[in-house]
Design a binder for this molecule. Structure first.
Ligand SMILES: *Cc1c(COP(=O)(O)O)cnc(C)c1O
Length: 459
């Protein structure tokens, strides 16, 4: 007589399990379908001899796991503030409130309330963008890759675009300038060399088929040593001498000079416009600190042509994005208070003393759960801005190094996995045999939630 067959008789019916008191509570909270489906799965496991836990517990775990959103919140202790894999900029409260308002009631997205007629969705942010960049006109699309694509497709289809070899960038996630050009139907004309490009290179490349001169900001790398790049003002002049437009892809667009907050200077769209650029493109969710978006600012006539491209309709943004973007742009009108109000800037400007104190407050909690097997040290770290913003700059920061006493990759994997298995997963990085947790992005209001869940850590 075989063992599984003997057990089969003891397997309860679906209805019996649904009547267990704990399972009835689940039914109330989650509804009939998800709970019944979980019960069937658990009973099937039991029949195959896989289940060892009490039935109600197994059902409950399954129902809860399936009810949990896939897009989960995490603690970003990677030291990279604008982490593309973790959603880049965290939006300020003002933007969140505006987005919620736009989602929960009808709004004047394409309606001119004063005139009482149809409006254009770009009007929501165009005035602010012009004020903040000095440009004549502006439009917004899904992301900066879309902005660059739309610009090239509108102005340079079946024509040539002149770009320096030192600027043919690849941004993580398959944004390669030469590929975007090809897909947009533009022919790339590379000039100069990897490290040096001269004004003469631009001038002599201009021909009958030239549509555009373009400069691409080296977001995620730096060319150093024996280098030469031509100033925007000079490229603009060379382009305008031949009645050609000059476009700049800035990548990360910050609307204020960050050096006023003690951060390294990053070029602004206003700088490029002042230098004579006819179009500038940048991201909404990099240093700008807003929602994912691609922003194009520049000459009225060029923006008008871009907006008439049928692809604009395919790449446009929704009301949630526009509401959040408008709220973020408004914060820039009062730059003095920006570091308190704009989350990205608040994180980037956190003081060393602030992070040190936070480390002192938290180190005991970590030691209590990790030592002696995993000694915890407070260490000086270097954060980076991320998302191809200010690539070579590092910001001094403070955090923890957790180094397993017993060496070996398996130990480290278990430690990392333990932090990832917390209710709100904690993500750090491994370097030199230690798990590092950089505190820069642990905002004051999240500290308690972070500390409270440490008691669940098991490794
Ligand atoms: C980041 C970046 C892009 C792509 O922007 P997304 O908003 O991620 O689409 C394009 N060009 C440059 C120079 C960048 O830094």
């Amino acid at each position: 007589m075989n063992q599984p067959a003997a057990k089969l008789a003891q397997i309860p019916s679906v209805d019996r399990v649904l009547n267990l008191p704990e399972v009835r509570l689940l039914l109330e909270a989650h509804g009939h379908e998800p709970v019944t489906s979980a019960v069937r799965t658990v009973l099937a496991e039991l029949r195959q001899g896989k289940a060892t836990r009490p039935l109600a517990e197994a059902v409950s775990d399954r129902v809860r796991a399936q009810a949990r959103p896939r897009l989960r919140r995490v603690f970003n202790l990677t030291g990279t503030v604008l982490h593309t894999n973790l959603g880049r900029a965290v939006l300020p409260r003002e933007a969140v409130e505006a987005a919620v308002a736009a989602m929960t009631a009808p709004c004047a997205l394409e309606y001119d309330v004063e005139a009482g007629g149809r409006g254009d969705r770009d009007d929501v942010v165009e005035g602010l963008l012009c004020e903040l960049t000095g440009a004549e006109a502006a439009t917004v699309v899904n992301n900066n890759a879309a902005a660059v694509f739309l610009l090239l497709n509108t102005l340079a289809q079946r024509k040539e675009v002149i770009v320096s070899r030192g600027e043919l960038i690849e941004i993580g996630g398959a944004f390669r300038m030469p590929d975007i050009m090809a897909r947009a139907g533009a022919k790339l004309v590379e000039i100069g060399t990897t490290n040096r490009t001269h004004l003469q290179d631009y001038e002599s490349a201009i021909g009958k088929k030239t549509a555009l001169l373009m400069k691409v900001h080296c977001s995620n790398y730096a060319v150093t040593g024996f280098t030469k790049a031509v100033a925007e003002m000079d490229i603009a002049e060379a382009a305008h001498a031949k009645q050609l437009p000059f476009a700049v892809d800035l990548g990360s667009g910050t609307l204020v000079d960050l050096s006023r907050f003690g951060l390294p200077k990053e070029p602004t769209p206003a700088d490029s416009i002042a230098a004579g650029a006819d179009l500038v493109t940048f991201s909404g969710d990099k240093l700008l600190g807003g929602p994912q978006a691609g922003i194009l600012v520049g000459k009225v006539e060029l923006i008008r042509r871009i907006k008439k491209n049928p692809l604009k309709r395919a790449l446009r943004v929704g009301k949630i994005t526009l509401a959040a973007l408008e709220a973020v742009l408004r914060l820039y009108r009062d730059p003095d208070r920006l570091p308190q109000r704009l989350t990205t800037l608040r994180l980037l400007t956190r003081s060393h003393a602030d992070m040190s104190k936070q480390a002192e407050r938290l180190v005991g909690r970590l030691r209590a759960v990790l030592e002696p097997e995993y000694p915890v040290e407070i260490v000086e770290l270097m954060s980076q801005i991320g998302s191809g913003s200010l690539p070579v700059e590092r910001l001094p920061s403070v955090g923890f190094a957790i180094r397993p006493l017993l060496k070996g990759g398996a130990r480290m994997k278990r430690l990392e996995a333990a932090f990832r298995s917390l209710p709100v997963p904690v993500l750090g990085y491994v370097r030199d045999g230690a798990l590092h947790l950089d505190l820069r992005c642990l905002d004051a209001e999240d500290e308690k939630a972070f500390a409270d869940q440490l008691k669940d850590l098991s490794c």
